[in-house]
Write a protein that binds this ligand. Structure first.
Ligand code: UDX
Length: 485
């Protein structure tokens, strides 16, 4: 670690997010907070993501108020019409390795990025998935801090992968799925093989994703630090475990709430506090529909930006919700259904229920929807950003995880934070109806109480009066300024 206390003000931070909605959303919030602190910031997006942002948000005009902020782009190596979701997600990783990695090296070593800025890049903040980042930054003589935008609990399971391999436990076989996993410190009481990231079960050890994870956990301790989107209150135990591998941990989450709190503290009417970074066109007509619904009566359904479901799964989920008799707001993202549109026939029963008490939209400003008083339950894929957004608003969750960190997150929602039910691999109408009734009727008070307690603690973390995440963000800014990284 470079320890000279030279003030390098303004420092120039290069932010390099993974080209996905969740990571881009939270990295942009971090970028804005750094720019607000008068640091020079370059945000390196893939061309595809940048075009989507420009098309669907006011991102360009929003950032013009920061004279030392700029966007740069890099191709992702995929054709423009590539879906970049579901099982095609792995193609992104090929593009990263083949196209983005060499271009990133060239950018850093040639200083090309600095040409538009008066300052050379003094720090890289890259997504934890870019295991090559730390080596390339080192070649260019620039420190790098990782921002692991997925959940810390999942990152912690990644660090346990070598032990699980050594013990011959991975890949787990189906008959062991419900046994407790005893060799991931701090999680022995609740994690089962079923709750670990999908590739712990389905892959053989030569699977490229296993290789990428092993590279990631080797790269993180070589970096100058790691930023995590969580707080002491949410993940205290996991943070202590991770600190044994990474000496410099900055927990600055829930970042969307920290961003809002800081923007409002600068300007009570700040439009930036509620700005969206959506990659799809938002249909905000649902806000008017929500206004007309009773308090805590609506189930909000969304599976995020990458997950896909089959038509059979959609039918089971929809029947389960409809049979519960509750109102619902359903996000059906373009491209989120596998199968052909013509296979998608909706029964009269479902369509009548939708007309009576449902609203179906293609994409929304989720943070705003979750904050609406009419929302009483969030049926989610348990992506990390969605989980944090649900926690901050005190909305109980019904979790139907899809992949990567989501199986771990949903288990934590149920067993650690007690703010929801994890139905995991089950997708049948009876299970869904039962879970909805449990959360919204039978154990309503219990779930509402724990969700609002959790929300209170998470909000305390980001408040400027002694909040740990607020404090850690200031520490990060000071460390960047003083070149303590
Ligand atoms: C990916 C990974 O798959 C996930 O495991 C990891 O935790 C984060 O990145 P993603 O589908 O992007 O998942 O999930 P999530 O992290 O929940 O991010 C989705 C983002 O999209 C959230 O910030 C949410 O607010 C936003 N969103 C979702 C909308 O703005 N509108 C919507 O209609 C739905």
């Amino acid at each position: 670690m470079i320890k000279n206390e030279v003030v390098c003000d303004p420092a120039h931070v290069l932010i390099f997010p993974l080209p996905l909605q969740g990571p881009v959303n939270c990295m942009l919030k971090l970028a804005e907070l750094l720019a607000l602190n008068n640091l020079h910031v370059t945000f390196l997006n893939t061309t595809h993501i940048q075009n989507s942002l420009i098309k669907h948000t006011h991102v360009e005009s929003r950032f013009t108020k920061y004279p030392d902020f700029r966007f740069e782009t890099i191709p992702d190596g995929l054709s423009e019409d590539h879906p970049r979701t579901g099982d095609k997600f792995l193609d992104i990783t090929h593009g990263i390795e083949k196209v983005m990695k060499p271009l990133f090296r060239e950018m850093l070593s040639s200083g090309k990025l600095s040409s538009k800025s008066s300052k050379p890049v003094s720090l890289v903040i890259a997504d934890g998935f870019y295991n090559f980042g730390v080596g390339i930054a080192k070649e260019a003589g620039i420190p790098l801090v990782y921002f692991d935008t997925i959940s810390p609990c999942a990152v912690w399971t990644f660090f346990s992968l070598p032990t699980l391999i050594k013990l011959g436990e991975v890949p787990f076989t189906e008959e062991d799925y419900d046994k407790k996993v005893t060799c991931i410190p701090g999680t022995e009481k609740y994690l089962r093989p079923r709750d670990l990231p999908s590739f712990f079960r389905t892959s053989d050890l030569s699977d490229p994703i296993v290789h990428l994870i092993l590279q990631e956990i080797e790269a993180i301790p070589k970096s100058q630090g790691i930023i995590l989107n969580t707080s002491e209150h949410i993940d205290g135990q996991i943070i202590s475990q991770l600190s044994t591998y990474c000496s410099n941990v900055y927990t600055i989450g829930p970042l969307h709430a920290l961003h809002k709190s800081i923007m409002l503290s600068k300007d009570k009417a700040s439009p930036q506090a509620n700005s969206s970074n959506s990659l799809w066109e938002e249909d905000n007509s649902c806000m008017t529909w929500l206004d007309a619904q009773p308090r805590k009566s609506v189930i909000y359904v969304s599976i995020g930006s990458l997950a896909v479901m089959s038509i059979a799964q959609l039918m089971e989920l929809r029947h389960g919700i409809v049979n519960s008799g509750k109102r619902f707001l359903w996000v059906q993202r373009p491209g989120s259904l596998s199968g052909k549109d013509e296979d998608y026939a909706i029964s009269t029963e479902l369509s009548d229920a939708t007309t009576e008490r449902g609203c179906i939209v293609s994409w929304v400003f989720q943070e705003e929807v979750l904050a609406h008083p009419a929302i009483g339950l969030f049926l989610t894929h348990s992506g990390w950003n969605s989980t944090l957004e649900g926690i901050i608003e005190g909305v109980p969750m019904l979790c139907w995880p899809y992949f990567v960190d989501q199986q771990v997150n949903s288990r934590f929602v149920q067993e650690v934070w007690s703010v929801g039910i994890d139905i995991k691999d089950k997708c049948d109408r009876v299970t869904i109806e039962k879970a909805v009734r449990e959360i919204m009727e039978e154990r309503k008070d219990e779930f509402e109480k724990s969700a609002s307690m959790m929300a209170k603690l998470a909000r305390q973390s980001v408040c400027d009066q002694g909040g740990s995440s607020h404090h850690n963000f200031n520490r990060l800014v000071n460390d960047i300024r003083l070149m303590r990284l």
